[in-house]
Design a protein around this ligand. Structure first.
Ligand SMILES: Cc1cc2nc3c(=O)[nH]c(=O)nc-3n(C[C@H](O)[C@H](O)[C@H](O)COP(=O)(O)OP(=O)(O)OC[C@H]3O[C@@H](n4cnc5c(N)ncnc54)[C@H](O)[C@@H]3O)c2cc1C
Length: 376
């Protein structure tokens, strides 16, 4: 027999979980169908700065603000910008008064998961297909052959959303930037020069259409995104199963850069992870379709260069939740989408502009200018 769920959220990332939580605190049950087999299946990684005007609004709507404050990584709002020779051109300490505190993404996701009844998230439920049944209802098919129906289908299933085709033919496109991610564990003790260079928070070194973006993580490690403006297939030529060889290929792009910057890759511990950066078109939107909507990356995947994606996913989740609480079903989606489209267009445009500036001909000057620092 096909099970029916009044509200089915596809994807248990930060956006989908925030929606489920906001509905839960307002007495509405929803089911979250998540492809990963369990909460522990994948390390979530990475620090996120949670903005006062987006992510924090969502955290408050979820009734989790006090618990969120306990997750804040003290010192994490520090920012340092250096050139390719390691010379510092901008540095700001975290005095605790900024509006963008840093938290560990995995800890934030755990907080949301713990705040939901155990049965809310159904793990290992990878969606393979969706179809409209008419009158606003939808059918969702899973990889194991199971099928459910729902009155309200929410695609919170990220960049490669299976729900999006119900609303829009858009697919993410490669932005021209590829990342190689590395970690230096226990950096203060084992990699003191890198730790001293990066500082306590966020660190950027850009120039010549490439650069290093690093964070001090709450466990004392340094996580680095080495960013390169390269063809979409450039990463395919690297054997990531052989970290030493992969490091050499990446470092060949940084000849002449300061040794401590190169050490972010050269001395990395563990796996080296490739990642292509994709985005949906700026201003992506769709005509209203009864009974289905999108949130987060499924709706407005953008490059990470404005630091907005996770914040917006959570705000979308909170706003959709409140719209469902306060309005009848189809009016709720109207209300939600009317705010969603202009908000995400503004952020997507900012992310795209930031990418062009950082990896353009004079990325360092552009970045310093953006931070109000003296340019070179
Ligand atoms: C390198 C990098 C750095 C970033 N840094 C920042 C930052 O500093 N600040 C910031 O705000 N944002 C940042 N972002 C963006 C941020 O990670 C995303 O915008 C955010 O995770 C989107 O949340 P989401 O819930 O929409 O999607 P996701 O986090 O992608 O969650 C989607 C969920 O859906 C599940 N799923 C996918 N397909 C299916 C399926 N078929 N069936 C069932 N479940 C499925 C996935 O397993 C996943 O759990 C960064 C992104 C990248 C790539």
């Amino acid at each position: 027999m096909t099970s029916h769920f009044p509200i089915a959220i596809i994807g248990g990332g930060l956006g989908g979980l925030t929606l489920a939580r906001v509905l839960h605190v307002n007495g509405i049950n929803a089911a979250v169908f998540e492809a990963e087999p369990s909460a522990e299946a994948r390390t979530q990684g990475g620090m996120l700065d949670i903005h006062e005007d987006s992510g924090q609004i969502a955290v408050r709507a979820a009734g989790l603000y006090d618990e969120f404050r306990e997750l804040i990584h003290a010192g994490g709002q520090a920012i340092r910008i250096v050139d390719s020779q390691g010379v510092v051109h901008f540095s700001e300490q975290d005095d605790g008064s900024g509006g963008r505190p840093e938290v560990d993404r995995g800890q934030l996701r755990d907080l949301l998961l713990r705040s939901l009844p155990d049965s809310t998230v159904q793990w290992g439920r990878k969606v393979t297909g969706v179809r409209a049944l008419g009158d606003g209802r939808h059918e969702v098919a899973f990889v194991d052959g199971a099928v459910i129906t729902t009155d309200l289908l929410v695609g919170a299933d990220g960049a490669w959303s299976r729900v999006r085709p119900l609303l829009s033919p858009a697919v993410p496109e490669y932005t021209g930037i590829s990342f190689v991610e590395t970690d230096l564990l226990d950096a203060g003790t084992r990699h003191p020069a890198c730790a001293a260079m990066v500082g306590e928070g966020f660190f950027i070194s850009v120039g010549d259409h490439k650069g290093f973006l690093a964070h001090r993580e709450s466990d004392g490690s340094l996580h680095t995104y080495t960013a390169l403006k390269v063809d979409e297939n450039w990463l395919d030529g690297i054997d990531f199963a052989d970290p030493a060889a992969a490091k050499q290929v990446v470092l060949a792009q940084f000849e002449g850069w300061h040794g401590t910057l190169r050490a972010l890759v050269a001395d990395a511990d563990g796996a080296i992870v490739p990642r292509r950066i994709h985005a949906l078109p700026v201003g992506h939107r769709w005509d209203r379709v009864p009974g289905v909507t999108l949130l987060g990356d499924a709706a407005h995947l953008m490059s990470p260069f404005a630091g907005e994606g996770a914040n917006l996913a959570m705000l979308d989740g909170a706003e959709l939740g409140l719209a469902i609480v306060n309005h009848p079903a189809d009016k709720a989606l109207d209300v939600y989408e009317q705010e969603l489209f202009p908000r995400s267009e503004t952020s997507a445009a900012a992310s795209a502009a930031s990418l062009s500036m950082m990896f353009g001909d004079d990325g360092l000057c552009g970045l310093l200018d953006q931070f109000g620092a003296d340019t070179l």
